[in-house]
Design a protein around this ligand. Structure first.
Ligand code: ADE
Ligand code: ZN
Length: 348
């Protein structure tokens, strides 16, 4: 374990802080360098000649404009090795930032829809996930997201194709364009996923049309085990009280929020923390938004004036709402307690 220096920098304290990352799209970790390398390996023509040109094309100010850049970029992911390389590059960065547990999203339909078989995606990702504990000290788990702008029938077919790989996939989520695609559209799919033993989460992205109704649906109709983003819940005291009462995890992504909407939602995240909600900080699509989990924690802390006890609380929340067995959770929390104690921080 890294021993924190009580007088050390905020950046060092955050990088050494043991934590779980619970909202991370693997496809959103496709850095321009890897995209160019995979394009060359697979003979895929890119519209950009240099890494700088690729980066310059990453301009967006809404969820829809981000997704319009995001999906075409995935075209370079073709083989099992490509998916392994993608996941491994992320897990290495996560390990360097103190991540002990990573529950990571992938979008099978974004690949099967362009002819890449489901098994190629899962087997490729799994090869990185299975090696990460011994080689990197990161426990990882795969969470399969359905694209909510496609039909419920397509999601159900994807769920069925996942069943032979059930032991390699921990849960299901719902992402992509939220406008006009409410949680209830997928009620049957998620009920079937629950029967199959999957854990359930859904995006309730920031400031989306109908966001409070979407939050109500994930709580009352779907019965999710966690909510991705969800910080608009502060606007409805009854919904917030229910989230707190259930101890439901909320996976906030501050830097990403600043792209999808006008700001990081820092005050809302701080309010959730003070209200006792199990809010966590994550990186969403770091290759596109420019910050992995540590940069997100630092950005939030600086914007909101959060102290080290708040950062320990955010890390504690991440382990408390991670989908792990109790002995594993106790091990993570003991490591966090030791880190906080060595830094002279008490978040009680
Ligand atoms: N897919 C990848 N990143 C996403 C995000 N931030 N919101 C919705 N869908 C996504
Ligand atoms: Zn997301």
């Amino acid at each position: 374990m890294t021993t924190p220096d009580a007088a050390g920098s905020l950046e060092d304290f955050v990088a050494g802080l043991p934590k779980a990352e619970l909202h991370l799209h693997l496809e959103g970790t496709l850095e321009p360098e890897l995209r160019m390398a995979l394009a060359a390996r697979n003979g895929v023509a890119l519209p950009h000649a240099t890494v700088e040109e690729v980066r310059a094309s990453y301009r967006f100010d809404s969820l829809a404009s981000f997704l319009a850049v995001y999906y075409p970029a995935m075209d370079v992911l073709r083989t099992e090795q490509d998916f392994t390389d993608l996941a491994w590059a992320y897990l290495r960065r996560a390990a360097a930032q103190g991540v002990r547990r990573a529950e990571v999203f992938f979008d099978p339909q974004a690949h099967t829809g362009r002819g890449v078989p489901f098994a190629v995606v899962v087997d490729g990702l799994w090869d990185a996930v299975r090696r990460a504990p011994a080689e990197l000290g990161v426990d990882a788990a795969l969470v399969m997201c359905f694209l909510r702008d496609l039909s419920a029938e397509s999601a159900m077919a994807t769920l069925e194709s996942s069943l032979p790989h059930r032991d390699r996939i921990l849960g299901v989520g719902l992402d992509s364009d939220e406008r006009g695609n409410p949680p209830v559209k997928f009620a049957e799919v998620f009920a079937r996923a629950r029967e199959a033993g999957y854990r359930l989460t859904m995006h309730c992205d920031v400031d989306q049309p109908g966001t409070l109704e979407h939050l109500r649906q994930v709580l009352e109709v779907i019965g999710v085990d966690r909510i991705d983003h969800g910080s608009n819940v502060v606007e409805d005291p009854a919904l917030l009280a229910e989230v707190v009462r259930r101890g439901l995890g909320l996976t906030a992504c501050p830097i990403s929020n600043g792209f999808v909407t006008a700001q990081m939602k820092g005050p809302e995240i701080a309010q959730l923390l003070r209200a006792g909600a199990k809010v966590t900080v994550n990186s969403d699509d770091p290759a596109y938004f420019g910050g992995y989990v540590a940069e997100n924690l630092v950005a939030l802390a600086q914007a909101q004036g959060l102290g080290r006890a708040d950062l320990v609380r955010l890390a504690r929340n991440s382990f408390e709402v991670a989908w792990v067995d109790e002995p594993t959770r106790a091990r993570y929390l003991a490591e966090l307690d030791a880190y906080a104690a060595a830094a002279g921080v008490d978040d009680a």
